[in-house]
Design a protein around this ligand. Structure first.
Ligand code: ATP
Length: 238
């Protein structure tokens, strides 16, 4: 088997005295969609933020494409090819759609391809093309989510980590977000997906991990987790 694209090894993270992650290990192969499932406060965002260099783990390693990126600053993790669509979208509200997208093309590799990537983003999200001069803060929630995804794509990532991409969106837009995640994967991107919509995320995931109180308690193919009694009771309300 080829080496995983992302490898997280026995990660511990603390906020003061409170432990948010305890010995978390996981792997994502190139081309996979991997879902992380867990209740509020289980540590899902902390895990993504640790991989992305925003939080500094006390112990453990993060390897991307064979390189140890543990403790690297976020900009360097981005340069290496790890994209992050953060919870709450976090577009720059006073900048235009176009300016927001341009801000995403900071990695060196991405700058050289900026024009082509912009065309790709506009063809994927025609509403962003129509609204390219509009201030991002005046877009609808769904449009802002598309912009956040587009901005991430501008950085030419190989792996995208999505933190609750459908949070607070109308049901039709939620479906659209899942379609986009699947399409990006079909186009070759590797995906780490954290989603409160557990059913939909396990349906599109090749594999999933269940995180409880900062520990991985269960892992397996998405289809197996969907039929697992513990998952059905705790996360699907069945
Ligand atoms: P949710 O689904 O509610 O976003 P989550 O699974 O993403 O939850 P985290 O946000 O990673 O969980 O939080 C894990 C634990 O760490 C929680 O107990 C939370 O209160 C705590 N925590 C998160 N961020 C901080 C912080 N900056 N300072 C202190 N504690 C934090």
């Amino acid at each position: 088997m080829s080496a995983p694209l992302l490898q997280v090894e026995t990660l511990d993270l603390y906020y003061g005295d409170a432990q948010a992650l305890a010995g978390v290990s996981l792997e994502i192969a190139e081309g996979e969609i991997v879902a992380i499932v867990g209740a509020n406060g289980a540590g899902k965002s902390s895990l993504i933020r640790s991989i992305h260099g925003i939080e500094k783990p006390a112990r453990g390693h993060v390897r991307f494409d064979g390189t140890d990126i543990t403790g690297w600053p976020s900009w360097r993790v981005c340069e290496a090819g790890v994209g992050h669509v953060a919870e709450g979208r976090q577009v720059f509200p006073n900048l235009s759609v176009l300016e927001n997208l341009e801000m995403g093309a900071t990695p060196k590799r991405a700058r050289a391809l900026e024009k082509q990537t912009l065309e790709r983003v506009f063809s994927m999200f025609p509403r962003l093309a129509e609204r390219r001069r509009q201030a991002a803060g005046t877009l609808s929630g769904g449009e802002q989510q598309m912009l956040a995804i587009g901005r991430c794509l501008m950085g030419q990532p190989r792996l995208i980590m999505f933190d609750e991409p459908s949070l607070g969106l109308a049901p039709t837009i939620v479906q659209e977000v899942f379609r986009i995640v699947r399409r990006l994967n079909e186009e070759g991107l590797t995906i780490l997906l954290v989603e409160q919509n557990v059913m939909a995320s396990l349906r599109i995931a090749h594999r999933g991990y269940v995180l409880e109180n900062g520990r991985i308690e269960l892992e397996g193919p998405g289809a197996d987790l969907l039929t697992n009694d513990r998952v059905r009771q705790a996360y699907l309300g069945l």
